[in-house]
Write a protein that binds this ligand. Structure first.
Ligand code: SAH
Ligand code: AVI
Length: 310
């Protein structure tokens, strides 16, 4: 079965569930990656600015923990924005390995990083990191692997799948490796909800763009005008729920399948979990990591954490 046919099966399977859903990884075609970059610049989207300021304020300590001649493996690297802070300060990096599903965007970002940091070997990997994938071997033998997972992308996975993903990262970190991860924290629900309902409508465009991606690459015929963005914070579950709500009864085609969607019915497109420090540490421990350092901002909106393999 081709990769495309497998993905169509996966999408149809999600759309056949009692609560229709499509994995958030389908946000990220080239346009989706650009819209995400635009989200990071929004005044309401506190995550990126806060994480960058935490990284900058603590960079000496981070550099000391990472040590020399490490291989930096980034999951979901996007535009590698925050990585630049690390690359500017880390000593004698063995290699930088950005891993992302958004092919054109990853390759363009990796080329740019390569020209900005000619002394660093940049080895991009186009892969879905929830499936098995091979890591390239750097020319210089790394002394240790540091997995980097910024942006609180971990929050886009349910508890079970987040644990599985942390186990994959633990496997890649190997015996003396570590994980440097950005984790968004629970806080005033209004602050969180605002971040996913920006006044410029960029998050809405990002959400609806998933349907454009499904139309173009997987032969669907969603009428984009008939779906609207919905984002709410569920304090009991500690997560934002993103949905696309249909304005009418309709039938959508995808390959040979026909999907009935009722007026007011929603397609779940993303969860964005917000953690407590204790809750995240407990999950990480189950995956074979111990949290050794947590940096936060003065308002404790966001955290950057350093975990060692146990
Ligand atoms: N790390 C960046 C980008 C975060 S956006 C930052 O912190 O700003 C999430 C990134 O993860 C996107 O670039 C997206 O393409 C990538 N991504 C999401 N799901 C993925 C998957 N299953 N496999 C590989 N990459 C994925
Ligand atoms: C990539 N990820 C951590 C973002 C988030 O905040 O959950 C994706 C996003 N969805 C809407 N806005 C941003």
């Amino acid at each position: 079965m081709s990769q495309r046919a497998k993905k169509i099966d996966e999408i149809l399977d999600g759309l056949s569930q009692p609560e229709k859903r499509v994995s958030p990884k389908y946000f990220y075609d080239e346009r989706g990656s650009q819209l995400f970059d635009a989200i990071t610049q929004l005044p309401e989207y506190y995550l990126t600015g806060t994480e960058i300021s935490i990284m900058r304020s603590n960079i000496s300590e981070i550099v000391e923990l990472v040590g020399t001649q490490a291989s930096l493996i980034e999951f979901g690297s996007g535009s590698s924005l925050k990585t630049r802070i690390l690359l500017e300060h880390l000593n004698e990096l063995a290699a930088y390995v950005p891993v992302d599903i958004s092919e054109e965007h990853l390759l363009a970002s990796a080329r740019k990083i390569g020209s900005e940091f000619p002394e660093i070997e940049v080895l991009p990997v186009v892969a879905d990191f929830t499936q098995e994938f091979e890591l390239p071997k750097p020319a210089v033998m790394p002394l240790r692997n540091i997995v980097y997972f910024p942006g609180s992308t971990i929050g886009n996975f349910t508890n079970d799948t987040a644990l599985e993903l942390l186990k994959v990262m633990r496997h890649e970190a190997k015996e003396n490796g570590a994980l440097l991860i950005g984790v968004d924290l629970q806080k005033d629900p209004a602050v969180i909800e605002n971040a996913y309902n920006d006044s410029a409508g960029v998050t809405a465009a990002f959400n609806v763009n998933m349907l454009r991606h499904l139309n173009r690459d997987y032969g669907a015929d969603f009428d984009l005008e008939t779906f609207s963005h919905d984002a709410r914070y569920d304090p009991d579950e500690g997560r934002v729920v993103l949905r696309l709500v249909s304005a009418k009864d309709q039938v959508v085609r995808l390959g040979d399948a026909e999907i009935d969607i009722a007026e007011g019915e929603a397609i779940l497109t993303e969860y964005s979990h917000k953690y407590t420090l204790e809750g995240f540490a407990a999950m990480a421990e189950q995956a074979g990591f111990r949290v050794t350092k947590v940096w936060t901002d003065p308002e404790r909106l966001f955290s950057v954490q350093y975990l060692v393999a146990t």
